[in-house]
Design a protein around this ligand. Structure first.
Ligand code: ADP
Ligand code: GLC
Length: 484
């Protein structure tokens, strides 16, 4: 099985969120089970000293500087760099005009143009790095033009005669809307627009991926169901219902080389399901980092998140005061909307002995919070998969989640009488429900035996990429067979 996976972020080279984690870990897991996989991503340059995104393009070597990409009525050139991720080659498309501005994502028409160019470059690159791929695996709207190009511009190209596409939706809310008048510049015709991109007077790159791909997947079984409803479908639910025979949900995995309290190099001390001493040391270290008084008896409630409405931040603003009334610590690591940052700064200023905030991106601190906290909040309004709840489980930190998308698929509510379950889960989008779940968690927390049982249930869970990689490989085989 020969696969090319295209993604706008790939850890450890670039990341703004979970997409980068997935595109960095899945290829390694696929390579381990014998899949011939190559990754393609942009080479982002032009960063100054201060920037929010994580970008590390210091590695790799340039393999050619003359990739010809038909675009904008002529030909544009890209250099191509290559690095290796545990046996899987990663190719970087290097074009200063589109990726040299010091950011991963911008906005508006120009952003869509950047990724239309990237999509076309992926296809041209495929012809230069070996035989025809069986699958081009696309991820989110930034790669949504690839299936459109393949089924139109390249339809008669014998090189791609047997190539199928899988389009994976990581977040349906970001769709890549643009002015349809740009289509000629992208080398696409009006028919393409009318069939597969038209969206309320705009053109839509996400719709293109869904419409033109051989098959579609998303990152949890629950989200695959949800996006077929008006509530979660972001006005694409009709199209998704029409394609439901070709739509599957495959849960993301966790890279346990990165996220494992037994080996994590970011922690003050390591620990395991057999010995929790290190977790107490991590809690002490975390409180020190946030300049909070040290009282290891009190629970630490934490959140690590992009501060956007998706993540249910509003519910936390409703619940946080009652959480603090119980004496708990609250620590936050996040970046995003200024209004949320201002609000949590206000909470911190009001209760400085119980609250710690850090605005920005900090990977080491994300690890230290998973280890040092007792409870982790994810009351998302929607959540395609979510990774932090799975990290929390491994670190013996109880996730308190809303039962949507991947959160519903991974978290089972803990019942103290039977000691079954791995976290806390509520359904109604409400600050009161979140507060109630927090009170339940507090009751369990102060009963050491019960809490240990909950922690162990979580730490025993196995969401390794191996299982997900097998699911993807099976899907690739089915898609190729269907195409032929
Ligand atoms: P999403 O992709 O929607 O943001 P996920 O749960 O899938 O949500 O993935 C988020 C990833 O980004 C996790 O690896 C998480 O640890 C990381 N992350 C989010 N915010 C920050 C931050 N401020 N600092 C460090 N890591 C962060
Ligand atoms: C998106 C989703 C998140 C998911 C991630 C990786 O960013 O918001 O739920 O875990 O993609 O698939």
């Amino acid at each position: 099985m020969r696969v090319i996976l295209a993604s706008s972020e790939v850890v450890p080279y670039s990341k703004t969120g979970g997409l980068g984690d997935v595109a960095g870990a899945l290829p390694k897991a696929l390579a381990r089970i014998g899949c011939d996989i190559s990754v393609v991503t942009p080479r982002y340059t032009g960063f100054g000293k201060r920037h929010g995104d994580v970008v590390n393009h210091e590695t790799g070597e340039m393999i050619f500087d003359d990739l010809r990409v038909p675009f904008a009525g002529g030909v544009k050139y890209a250099a191509v760099w290559r690095d290796w991720m545990n046996g899987a080659p990663v190719y970087f498309i290097d074009n200063h005009e589109y990726f040299g501005h010091g950011y991963i994502y911008g906005s508006g028409n120009f952003d869509v143009e950047r990724f239309a160019f990237f999509s076309r470059a992926v296809i041209e690159l495929a012809k230069r790095i070996g035989g025809p791929p069986d699958i081009i695996h696309c991820n989110d709207w930034q790669t949504g033009f690839i299936p459109a190009y393949l089924t139109t511009v390249y339809a008669a190209d014998p090189f791609f005669a047997r190539t199928a596409t899988l389009f994976t939706i990581h977040n349906l809310a970001y769709q890549g809307l643009f002015d349809p008048n740009l289509l000629p510049k992208f080398g696409l015709g009006w028919d393409v627009f009318q069939y597969g991109m038209e969206f309320h007077d705009a053109a839509n790159a996400m719709k293109s991926g869904i419409y033109f791909s051989t098959a579609i997947s998303t990152v949890s079984p629950k989200y695959a169901q949800e996006i077929q409803t008006p509530e979660f479908g972001n006005r694409l639910d009709g199209l998704l219902r029409a394609r439901h025979d070709d739509l599957i949900g495959i849960l993301n995995g966790v890279d346990y080389h990165e996220w494992n309290p037994e080996t994590d190099p970011h922690l003050a001390a390591n620990y395991s399901i057999h010995n929790f001493d290190g977790k107490a040391a991590c809690k002490r270290d975390l409180l020190e980092k946030y300049h909070l008084p040290i009282d290891l008896e009190k629970p630490v409630v934490a959140i690590v998140s992009r501060l956007t409405s998706q993540k249910g931040i509003e519910l936390i603003t409703q619940a946080v005061w009652r959480m603090l009334e119980t004496g708990a610590y609250f620590v936050l690591l996040g970046s995003g909307a200024e209004s949320y940052e201002g609000y949590f700064q206000h909470v911190r200023d009001t209760m400085p002995a119980q609250v710690g905030v850090y605005f920005g991106y900090n990977n080491a601190l994300a690890h230290q919070i998973e280890a040092g906290a007792d409870m982790f909040l994810m009351p998302s309004s929607y959540e395609p998969c979510g990774l932090n709840q799975m990290y929390s489980l491994k670190y013996g930190t109880a996730p308190i989640v809303r039962g949507v998308g991947g959160l519903d698929d991974t978290i089972r509510n803990f019942e103290p009488t039977t000691r079954q379950g791995n976290g806390y889960k509520f359904y109604e989008y409400s600050g009161d429900r979140l507060t109630e779940k927090f009170y339940e968690a507090i009751m369990a927390y102060y009963d050491r035996g019960t809490w240990r049982a909950l922690q162990r249930n979580g730490m025993r869970e196995d969401f390794s990429w191996e299982r997900s990689a097998h699911n993807y490989l099976n899907a690739y085989h089915r898609i190729v067979a269907a195409k032929r």
